[in-house]
Ligand binder design. Structure first.
Ligand code: 5AD
Ligand code: SF4
Length: 339
């Protein structure tokens, strides 16, 4: 057996993957050499989570953020961005639109915005659960354990908190006002509180080499994550990383494939960021191990202000357009939609 096949085989054995294998596989650049990796990931995806593509309707209800992550357009120091907060009614209406589109899961996302205190969020979650019955995922950043407990009691089912990068020195460099230890602590609390928990990272951050990406895979595996969002870094002009090169498609696809092999039953979206980077991004991701798509149900007036990275706000597709296109794309490759 050649080195690549041996590495692929070892990766599918139980336990933590071998770091050197991950680095070796991440270092492959040649499309021919990479074929066995993508084929193995696609086969394992089919065997362990099936041909179904799950939909999550995302509603970005506030673009206020109190943090200053160096890569992100929502960072507080970006004074050029017009800020918004949706009203409770607007948020519930957006959730009703998710339900009307027959999508079973809602993701409520915002910057780290303390305007929405525990009380406000709990009332909102209760209202959404009562009016829609949707599976409800929160993606609102780091909070104290008691808050996570209260949201869970109010009916929240899942929580997304990307680890962004597993390497301590990189984490420090990009997050002037948050600590890696606290983020990992939050992820542990969420697990303890019985949330289905999602994490994930960016690919192509300045200074992030293959060894760093291997650490991301090992962390996703060791956290026993139920979900992992993995997308390219895209430099935003109103951030300190404006002049840095953008992430690329192939490294993201390699990461998706390797995470699928290391964590067979994990849920992984084809991220919007990948679709922004490449028009065929979604199809490529779904063929490399991904099994989730997240159409954006934020009302268009607000959607264009949720300016995490460039390209996102102008061209982002309407949920109805995504759903229609998806049906066609999936028909072509023998996959089906799970709403
Ligand atoms: N490029 C790619 N993804 C980004 N995010 C924030 N800024 C960028 C960027 N410049 C992602 C982060 C965060 C999510 C809300 O958006 O991974 O978790
Ligand atoms: Fe705020 Fe999240 Fe952007 Fe960081 S990545 S600045 S926490 S919205």
């Amino acid at each position: 057996m050649d080195k690549i096949s041996e590495g692929l085989k070892r990766l599918q054995e139980p336990g933590l993957p071998n770091r050197e294998d991950l680095i070796a596989l991440l270092s492959l650049e040649d499309e021919k050499e990479l074929e066995p990796l993508f084929l193995a990931a696609d086969a394992l995806r089919k065997e362990s989570v099936g041909n179904v593509v799950h939909l999550r309707g995302i509603v970005e209800f506030s673009n206020y953020c109190e943090r200053n992550c160096l890569y992100c357009g929502l960072r507080q120091a970006n004074r050029q961005l017009t800020r918004y907060r949706m009203t409770d009614r607007e948020i519930v209406d957006a959730a009703l639109a998710v339900k009307a589109a027959n999508v079973a899961t809602l993701v409520l996302q915002s910057g780290e915005d303390s305007f929405y205190d525990t009380e406000k969020l709990c009332r909102l979650i209760e209202k959404i659960k009562a009016e829609t019955g949707l599976i409800t995922t929160l993606s609102i950043g780091e909070r104290p354990r008691e808050d996570y407990q209260s949201f869970r009691d109010a009916g929240a089912d899942r929580y997304l908190l990307k680890h962004e990068t597993a390497v301590p020195s990189l984490y420090r460099r990009f997050h002037p006002d948050s600590r890696r230890e606290n983020r990992l602590q939050c992820l542990k609390w969420l697990k303890e509180l019985n949330y289905e928990t999602g994490t994930g990272c960016m690919v192509g951050l300045p200074g992030q080499d293959n060894a760093a990406l291997a650490e991301d895979i090992l962390l996703i595996k060791s956290l026993d994550s139920d979900m992992a969002g993995i997308g390219p870094f895209l430099p935003h002009p109103q951030t300190p990383l404006a002049a840095c090169p953008s992430g690329e498609v192939l490294p993201v696809l390699k990461m998706l494939a390797l995470v699928r092999l290391a964590c067979p039953t994990i849920n992984m979206p084809a991220t919007t960021a990948l679709t922004v980077l490449h028009p065929e991004g979604r199809r490529k991701a779904l063929a490399a191990g991904a099994n989730v798509v997240m159409p954006d149900f934020t009302p268009p007036v607000y959607r264009r202000l949720y300016d995490l990275y460039p390209g996102r706000t102008a061209d982002i597709e309407e949920p109805s357009a995504i759903l229609k296109k998806l049906e066609e794309e999936l028909n072509d490759c023998g996959r089906t939609l799970w709403k």
